[in-house]
Design a protein around this ligand. Sequence first.
Ligand code: CP
Ligand code: NVA
Length: 308
Amino acid sequence: MPHFLDIHTTDKPALRGMIDQARAMKEARNGLPKATPDADQPLRNHMVALIFEKPSTRTRVSFDVGVRQMGGQTMVLSGKEMQLGHGETIADTARVLSRYVDLIMIRTFEETVLQELAEYASVPVINGLTNRTHPCQIMADILTYEEHRGPIKGRKVVWSGDGNNVCASFLHAAGQFGFDLTFTGPEALDPDPEFVALARAEGAKIEIIRDPVEAVAGADLVVTDTWVSMHDSQSNRERRHNLLRAYQVNDALMAQAKPDALFMHCLPAHREEEVTNAVMDGPQSVVFDEAENRLHAQKAVMRYCLGL
Ligand code: CP
Ligand code: NVA
């Protein structure tokens, strides 16, 4: 049963198929009102559970709308309000939910929760973000890059800032989609070396360069994210800001990239912290296309999981 747990654990042809299908499905809708059903209704008669143990705007709304466009139904569940948050095991939750729904999407803290849910569920499970990874986001980002600039294969992506969960899924994607990734950030916030090694083993060129100006030279795409993720303790906020200040994406940094380089951020952004207003709202920014493409990319992910 195909779960969608991470980009590096999903095979390459399937990933490529999802990006291409997402693009075709997006084009087929071409500006229709959002509640207009898709012409085919692949999720007709299907029920999807969307579980959130952390806040969300994009993931929550895009999954819900995507299921409805494809003819299915959703229930949005808060982890805190489920027995899951009051001592029921993940395995039992997985077994029970599998009797009611056809597909489960979960946003949680520990990766082990996702893995255990997938192990004990008899329906597919989708990773809607953990402390470690955020694969749905990067599927949307690849769709976005390719819509604007063509194939991402062989391009240079620069991640500036915290080597966090979104950065991890970018590393996985570098290996699977064949692009180069340069990480620039403080050593204390480096991405997981295991993920760096995995991407390199797949043949991707992965560099770690401390100087952001040097790192961004020749970039086709510059990406950043919040300096304090949802799972990070607020008590480390000041330390993180001090470590990361030099890695802010601003006009001076973007000027080092290729003239046609794009800027991406998964959002929510903390304007004037990791990115300036000028870059967020500037001509190279595609942040709202990325947000829209969560919808289209995840529709393809759900079809893949359900074999529809
Ligand atoms: N980018 C992203 O996953 O946003 P949300 O936290 O709003 O879902
Ligand atoms: N790195 C961020 C991503 C939010 C979508 C977080 O985990 O909070």
